[in-house]
Design a protein around this ligand. Structure first.
Ligand code: HEC
Ligand code: HEC
Length: 353
């Protein structure tokens, strides 16, 4: 908006100045015709000028006054400009971000509204998690079955992954799932700019974090913040309830299978085969995420605290983890979503698988 107004003013100024020049030129040409042949009397340097009285008196004062006025403009104008400039720049950045968010929103829109249908699978514009129709082929019988595959919430995506990891998911998709590649490198339709624009939109729909540290002024990204406490309390209540009604045997097991918000499913969707389409196989036996049964994960993390740290931070692309683990950046971090007590409970459950 600001940029637009400035542009309008600049155009207006340009118009006024150009018109002024044209008027001046026309008048000048007409006057010079009348002067033809009389240069001797009318040449500017032959004209009679002010007498000494005026020249050193009122004329001098006028010129001095003009000088003082210009000085005042410089002395007041420059500091005012200096004071306002950072605000103007911040405003310009904000305006650009708003524009990108709006463009990203159009890419995110359902097919019917001209977008790439992220909203169609991921729970509308708010990205609160949804479902995608998909066909599963049974490996043994070859039978094809129509299922609904849970599409995770995106309004907490930056709680679990950093920007590069999200970019990777968007560009290459999730193999063997309804999440197709969207970037050109992955064989999808979007160029780098569109992927970036989409990421700006994803930032704009993040659930604002609580307890941001000093100097961390963006509640959508602050590193020390965590899920709002009402959402955290809700996770606790629902997990305890599922233990109380006998659905799960431990708090950790409930957390392993829980929806940590509106569609922010936790571990089982990646580590239990079939969980995402409502036909779970053996818990923790691996899918997109690795097989956690049979004590293999305990060999990787002989020390429980190291495993807790790993679940808290997630894996990092190219970085070693545990004893012989090689991170790909695809294991999310849960430190901003689960409390330390919950991380411990879920890890104790995983260690017993
Ligand atoms: C056909 C339905 C469908 C469409 C369209 C779709 N997705 Fe997905 N998306 C999914 C499913 C299903 C998953 C989960 C895959 C899995 O289980 O690993 C997913 C996963 C993701 C993830 C990883 C989430 C996580 O927590 O692991 C992100 C990020 C994502 N999608 C963003 C997008 C964006 C942005 C768009 C639009 C360009 C989009 N998706 C379009 C179905 C879809
Ligand atoms: C988006 C999918 C996804 C989710 C959700 C997920 N994981 Fe993982 N997990 C992975 C992947 C992929 C790996 C393999 C490491 C890598 O590729 O970086 C992994 C690795 C691990 C490992 C190390 C196993 C080994 O043998 O190296 C543990 C332990 C683990 N996950 C536990 C969990 C727990 C506990 C949760 C829930 C709080 C969870 N995971 C949620 C995808 C996921």
């Amino acid at each position: 908006m600001l940029a637009l107004t400035t542009t309008n003013i600049a155009w207006l100024l340009l118009l006024v100045i150009s018109t002024g020049f044209i008027v001046y030129a026309v008048l000048n040409i007409r006057q010079s015709r009348a002067e033809l042949g009389s240069e001797i009397e009318l040449a500017p340097n032959r004209k009679e000028y002010y007498d000494d009285e005026t020249l050193e008196g009122s004329r001098l004062e006028r010129v001095q006054l003009l000088g003082v006025l210009l000085l005042v403009v410089v002395v007041i104008g420059l500091p005012v400009y200096w004071v306002l400039e950072p605000g103007r720049q911040a405003g310009a950045v904000e305006a650009k971000e708003e524009i990108f968010t709006e463009w990203g929103r159009r890419l995110f829109a359902p097919t019917a509204e001209g977008g790439f249908n992220c909203a169609g699978c991921h729970g509308g514009y708010a990205g609160g998690g949804g479902e995608a129709a998909w066909n599963i082929t049974d490996a043994k019988t070859g039978e094809v079955e129509a299922v609904n595959w849970k599409a995770p919430a995106l309004d907490t995506i930056f709680y679990r992954f950093d920007e590069d990891e999200v970019r990777f998911i968007l560009v290459y998709g999730r193999p063997f799932s309804p999440m197709s590649p969207w970037g050109l490198e992955g064989g999808g339709p979007m160029n780098d700019q569109q992927i970036d624009t989409l990421i700006t939109y994803l930032w704009s729909i993040q659930v604002e974090r609580e307890d941001c540290g000093v100097g961390e002024d963006d509640a959508r990204s602050c590193p020390s913040g965590h899920l709002p406490s009402d959402m955290q309390d809700d996770i606790e209540t629902r997990a305890r309830q599922l233990v109380a009604d006998g659905t799960y045997t431990s708090y950790g097991e409930a957390l392993f299978n829980l929806d940590l918000g509106s569609g922010a499913y936790s571990c089982a969707r990646c580590h239990t085969p079939g969980w995402s389409w409502g036909d779970p196989g053996v818990t923790g036996q691996g899918g997109f995420g690795w097989n956690l049964t049979g004590g293999k994960a305990n060999t990787v993390f002989p020390n429980e605290d190291d495993m807790i740290d790993f679940i808290r931070n997630g894996s990092v692309y190219g970085a070693k983890y545990g004893v012989q683990g090689q991170g790909s950046g695809r294991m999310p971090g849960f430190g901003a979503m689960l409390t330390d007590e919950q991380l411990t409970a879920v890890v104790e459950y995983v260690r017993g698988l």
